[in-house]
Ligand binder design. Structure first.
Ligand SMILES: Cc1ncc(COP(=O)(O)O)c(C=O)c1O
Length: 380
């Protein structure tokens, strides 16, 4: 039987994983097996160490995709009397607002354009204007464009104004430095299948214990109650409900590789190189980036759709896919774009091949006008 070669996933999760990470999933673990219990404990300790959480922070694992953990964290950390300033400059900020709406947490949206970071100053002004606000939520890297929001200054403002801070670090955790010893947050959420380069299926929250200890009974949901999940783990060292055993095994293996490759510094450096190759390559072909480089996180890049009438995303996607690379559609409300990720178990060689595959596709489709139409640029 011929083995089909998987495409390289230039997407922000699921993403391309290493062979060792894939192979770590071939065993059957019982949830009470000593080996599995030890694996869970080591994953918890390791994730907490990545942000230097120490004894002041707890890492709580949660089954499901990243959104399950975001919803669990918001529902647990924000009391029903709370009021959240939700910073929005893309789809995942919007999702936090939607979760607050669904679970009945009062919130106010601080909206910025999709190509504008939310600054500490904006948040400071919003908090000064409304003393009823108890928490701030921010998406560190807004994956719908790849924009980086300035977490340090935002955390400093939240700390000075004595408000709780919730961070969606889904697509930055493990690649961009976050140090809980000098950056104050109540809760930070991420997942297995992003910059840690494992498979999707579980998320986690790193929570300041002082904040978490006050959260008993806050949550709107039984299964998403992070406080209960934490307490139950402390009592039993087991997951509260059926654990995603193979996902934990893959993550434990991916974390070993993460350390061997230099931790956050090593991963961040590789992604920055991947991102540079991609941006330089696509700009040389004539594509126009949606974001200026100074606010671009090295996670995912967003590109204006070419104005050429021969361009059509679905055909473009299929032809790049035939050449072995999976692209990602755009997620912007007003501008036609597509996205190309630079995270996963990929490096310089794969990024250069990806640029070549895109160049060959442009040629095959006869696309000559790579710049966007004037109206698309005006909206941006
Ligand atoms: C910043 C951010 N938040 C939340 C999510 C949601 O995660 P999931 O799709 O795993 O539920 C994602 C997914 O890419 C993300 O990038």
């Amino acid at each position: 039987m011929t083995q089909m070669k998987d495409p390289i996933l230039l997407t922000p999760g699921p993403l391309t994983t290493s062979l060792q990470t894939k192979q770590a999933q071939v065993r059957d673990y019982g949830s009470r097996d000593v080996a599995f219990i030890e694996m869970t404990a080591s994953v918890i300790a390791h994730l907490n160490d990545i942000v230097h959480g120490g004894d002041s922070h707890a890492c709580v694992l949660m089954q499901g995709s990243g959104t399950f953990s975001v919803e669990a964290a918001l529902g647990t950390l924000i009391p029903s009397s709370g009021h959240v300033l939700v910073c929005v400059n893309g789809e995942y900020g919007k999702r936090i607002a939607r979760i607050c709406e669904v679970i009945g947490r009062r919130h106010k949206i601080l909206q910025t354009a999709e190509d504008q970071p939310t600054t500490g100053k904006m948040i400071d002004e919003a908090l000064a204007a409304d003393p009823s606000l108890t928490h701030v939520s921010i998406v560190h890297c807004e994956t719908s464009t790849g924009i980086l929001n300035p977490l340090e200054e935002i955390a400093a403002v939240a700390a000075t104004r004595r408000r709780g801070l919730f961070v969606d670090a889904m697509s930055s955790f493990g690649a961009l430095e976050i140090d809980a010893r000098n950056l104050r947050f109540d809760c930070l959420v991420a997942a297995s299948g992003k910059c840690l380069e494992s498979v999707p299926g579980m998320g986690f929250a790193i929570v300041r214990k002082e904040a978490l200890e006050k959260c008993r009974g806050n949550c709107h949901s039984l299964s998403l109650d992070l406080y209960d999940q934490w307490q139950s783990y402390l009592r039993t060292r087991q997951w509260r409900y059926t654990p995603p055993t193979t996902v934990v095994a893959a993550l434990a293996e991916a974390l070993k590789q993460f350390e061997a490759q230099g931790g956050v510094a090593g991963r961040g450096a590789r992604y920055r190189e991947n991102c540079d190759i991609l941006i330089n390559g696509l700009e040389k072909l004539g594509f126009v980036s949606f974001l200026p480089r100074v606010i671009q996180a090295p996670i995912i890049t967003t590109w204006h759709a070419p104005a050429d009438p021969k361009y059509n995303f679905n055909a473009f996607y299929d032809k790049v896919r035939e050449r072995g690379f999976t692209l990602y559609p755009g997620k912007l409300t007003q501008v036609d774009t597509f996205r190309v990720g630079c995270i996963g178990a990929i490096g310089e060689a794969e990024m250069r091949q990806a640029v070549d595959a895109i160049a060959a596709t442009v040629k095959e489709m006869g696309i000559t006008q790579l710049k966007p139409s004037a109206s698309a640029r005006a909206v941006a």
